[in-house]
Design a protein around this ligand. Structure first.
Ligand code: SF4
Ligand code: SF4
Length: 139
């Protein structure tokens, strides 16, 4: 694909009722954790949306709107966009287990033709507990 220039962070609607999204933003700002593959010396735009609630179907409508409008207004093709699913969707986490609809959302995103990657904030402590199989969610 072309060099990504626009990242859409998709976060869990339920989790976002309690979370500001700060750790996702911090990880992106530092190009760390789930964003470690992106260059630090290049400006990359970001947009944060939620899945819209279970079953995550609103992701298709929101991303279709974005892809259409960004092409129309700025000539940016969808191969310059990347969706990054937040760790509260993709991983067992403090708020809940991995979202049951993760693969469904990935299918919807693939259908639109936008690349999708997993993970945003990955705290070292949680990662080591996940690897050891001792991680416990506290919904
Ligand atoms: S990954 Fe963490 S910081 Fe990001 S939205 Fe989910 S709970 Fe909040
Ligand atoms: S579909 Fe998954 S990510 Fe979206 S609100 Fe439900 S549990 Fe959260």
């Amino acid at each position: 694909m072309a060099e990504p220039e626009y990242i859409v962070i998709v976060q869990c609607e339920i989790v976002k009722q309690r979370c500001s999204g700060y750790f996702c933003e911090k990880a992106f700002h530092e190009r760390a954790e789930g964003f470690a593959a992106y260059p630090k010396d290049k400006p990359i735009r970001t947009l944060t949306i939620t899945c819209g609630g279970c079953c995550g179907r609103a992701v298709q409508r929101k991303l279709t709107h974005l892809a259409r409008q960004i092409k129309k207004n700025e000539g940016i093709d969808k191969d310059r966009l990347v969706v990054q699913l937040s760790s509260c969707i993709t991983k067992d986490n403090f708020h809940s287990p991995r979202c049951l609809f993760t693969d469904y959302m990935k299918q919807l995103i693939a259908r639109i033709g936008i690349e999708c990657r997993e993970d945003t904030h990955l705290s070292p402590k949680a990662e080591s507990r996940r690897k050891a199989g001792t991680y416990r969610s506290h919904p």
